[in-house]
Ligand binder design. Structure first.
Ligand code: 2AM
Ligand code: CA
Length: 267
């Protein structure tokens, strides 16, 4: 770890601890030794176990800090100045099916702004992290977004629609529209936090997705910005943490990607 920040150290410790139990549980899924209740319940239990470890670790460091977490909801609700935003397993569908593409995502927020964040892929042992003003890192190396100049040459990643989404048709229309604009294909990897992390380290050039939760993207916001990328939201009339339709990309293609997505007349 190059970044010697107290907050990163706390998040890192929590991630390492939670990932041990997560890796064990993932091994069980791979061997198909899931409980008789079925893999869904098993994953929920794994999710909660991981979350409990992370929360315990974070509260040990700062008992008074606020927490917003996918399963547990809000803790120390009144602390608006210091808050952790946690997704204990982002990419649960992948986890459930034995696909090694999921992550722990923890963001640290001060007065509503994400200041630092960690996205940890325990299977590939990849730790993406950043703190405002100090750059972004992948394990021990500094990372930067790609240098692709045109949307046409880009590799993009997206996700959704969620099951039962009312925006289903619209989301598919966007997909068709963007795929008509790019020569390379679009990917769907199933973990929004890792999708953003992959844009931050230049593997993908851009990412967009509708209807995400704050914990899916919180850590990614600072990581991408510190890696030189741009983050924007479709629903610009909403304030964070309610903004859930995200566009994240390198700075060169950002405007083109945004224009393509936001054009009113979608055929
Ligand atoms: P999750 O794995 O923590 O549920 C998949 O496209 C990405 O979208 C994942 O990061 C997933 O997070 C997120 N997502 C959020 N809400 C979702 C939902 N209701 N259904 C599917 N994916 C969802
Ligand atoms: Ca998630």
């Amino acid at each position: 770890m190059r970044l010697n920040s107290p907050k990163i150290n706390i998040m890192h410790k929590a991630c390492m601890k939670a990932s041990k139990s997560m890796i064990r549980d993932f091994g069980e899924i791979e061997k198909l030794q899931v409980s008789t209740k079925g893999p869904g319940d098993f994953v929920t239990a794994a999710d909660k176990k991981s979350e409990k470890i992370i929360i315990e670790e974070l509260l040990k460091a700062h008992p008074d800090y606020g927490i917003l977490s996918e399963e547990a909801g809000e803790i120390n609700k009144d602390n608006k100045n210091h808050r952790w935003i946690i997704d204990p397993i982002d990419g649960t569908m992948n986890f459930l099916n034995g696909i090694p593409q999921f992550a722990i995502s923890i963001g640290y927020e001060e007065k509503g702004e994400i200041i630092s964040g960690i996205i940890f892929d325990p299977i590939k042992d990849e730790m993406f992290f950043a703190e405002k003003g100090n750059g972004a890192f992948l394990n021990n190396s500094r990372m930067r977004v790609s240098n692709k100049k045109k949307l046409k040459d880009s590799i993009l990643v997206t996700g959704g629609p969620k099951f039962g989404s009312k925006k289903r048709e619209e989301i598919f229309k966007h997909y068709v529209k963007i795929s008509n604009n790019v020569d390379s294909s679009i990917r769907k990897f199933g973990s929004a936090s890792l999708d953003i992390a992959y844009v931050a380290c230049g593997r993908f050039d851009g990412f967009w997705q509708w209807e995400l939760n704050y914990w899916d993207i919180a850590a990614g916001l600072v990581i991408l910005r510190e890696a030189g990328g741009y983050v924007d939201f479709f629903d610009s009339n909403q304030k964070l943490p309610n903004k859930k339709n995200i566009i994240a990309s390198n700075s060169n293609i950002h405007q083109e990607l945004k224009d393509s997505l936001l054009k009113k007349n979608i055929e």
